[in-house]
Design a protein around this ligand. Structure first.
Ligand SMILES: Cc1cc2nc3c(=O)[nH]c(=O)nc-3n(C[C@H](O)[C@H](O)[C@H](O)COP(=O)(O)OP(=O)(O)OC[C@H]3O[C@@H](n4cnc5c(N)ncnc54)[C@H](O)[C@@H]3O)c2cc1C
Length: 284
């Protein structure tokens, strides 16, 4: 199918796009990479009467380092992360994660900020943002506000971004020298959305865990952190028996969502291997 008709705007400045959103936000949609929005429009699941194309505003794209933060422009394409964007374990982790997002052509157009705003429960960047404690910069005519990843994701396809607002920047803490990241996802075919995935960030003192951040994606209406399990890991050995115990506890704790791709029980089982593999990679 083709989309319902719409008015197309291609602003060339941040001020112009914020002005358009202020005036037309309720009936308009921001067009980033179009890899989710255009498909939804073609299926007539989305029928915005106006598209506001954000692709002609250079300051919305690109990567920089500010102190101990990686600053990601919202329009930065997934493919930018194919090689580490920063010489740091977080840069390595992002380049590992991006390989699981869709297929090569989609990664050339889809954007980091578009993924966050689309808020698919199985989005790799949404999970990454939750586990790495990202902060989002959201702008409107009225000003700027910063929102933590925890407050940003409200549920399936729902975020804290209001209709008159634009996500402009994502800030990811680069962590300490002891940072170690791990990621594993299970999907039916390469490029499909994950049925379950885990991303973890550990800090180790020798063989002991100094701090742990553990996240799961694809099993609930938004990515989740296993905060109660994280706290209990401090001081424990980073070895196979600890990781097996974590996986069993997480699987017991969570009642995953069911959909046409997999039942809740199936995902409950999947939680165990994806967690063990992500933790093992981080500790290796
Ligand atoms: C076959 C296929 C497989 C895929 N597999 C995966 C996968 O495995 N993992 C994954 O994470 N994704 C996957 N995707 C989705 C892909 O990653 C998209 O790029 C992403 O979800 C949306 O990014 P986008 O830049 O294309 O956003 P768009 O499609 O342009 O926009 C998505 C939504 O976000 C809003 N929006 C976008 N940017 C902003 C902004 N800066 N401020 C405010 N609102 C904004 C739009 O208005 C729209 O509502 C897949 C897509 C396809 C077609």
């Amino acid at each position: 199918m083709k989309p319902a008709s719409f008015i197309y705007h291609r602003p060339t400045s941040l001020d112009e796009i914020l002005g358009l959103l202020d005036e037309h936000g309720d009936e308009a949609k921001v067009l980033a990479g179009g890899q989710s929005l255009v498909a939804a429009m073609n299926f007539r699941l989305a029928r915005p009467s106006m598209l506001i194309d954000a692709n002609n505003i250079p300051e919305l794209s690109g990567i920089s380092v500010d102190g101990n933060h990686l600053v990601i422009g919202a329009l930065t394409r997934h493919a930018t992360f194919h090689k580490p964007v920063v010489n740091n374990p977080v840069g390595d982790l992002l380049s590992r994660v991006v390989q699981s997002i869709a297929h090569y052509p989609i990664r050339q157009r889809g954007t980091f900020g578009g993924s966050l705003c689309h808020a698919d429960p199985a989005s790799e960047w949404c999970l990454t943002s939750i586990v790495l404690d990202a902060e989002m910069l959201i702008e409107s005519k009225a000003g700027k506000r910063r929102v933590s990843a925890k407050e940003f994701f409200k549920g399936t396809f729902t975020t804290a971004v209001k209709s008159n607002e634009l996500l402009t920047q994502i800030r990811l803490p680069l962590g300490s020298p002891a940072f170690r990241g791990g990621f594993y996802e299970f999907s039916r075919r390469k490029g499909d959305f994950a049925l379950a995935m885990s991303l973890v960030a550990l800090e180790l003192d020798g063989s002991r865990i100094r701090s742990a951040r553990i996240g799961l994606g694809g099993v609930a209406d938004k990515p989740i952190r296993l905060s109660s399990i994280e706290a209990g890991l401090i001081g424990q050995r980073a070895d196979a028996s600890t990781f097996e115990a974590v996986a069993a506890e997480a699987s017991n704790l969570i009642t995953p969502t069911s959909d046409i791709h997999g039942t809740s029980e199936y995902r409950k089982d999947l939680i165990k291997p994806v967690l063990v593999r992500a933790l093992t990679e981080a500790a290796a």
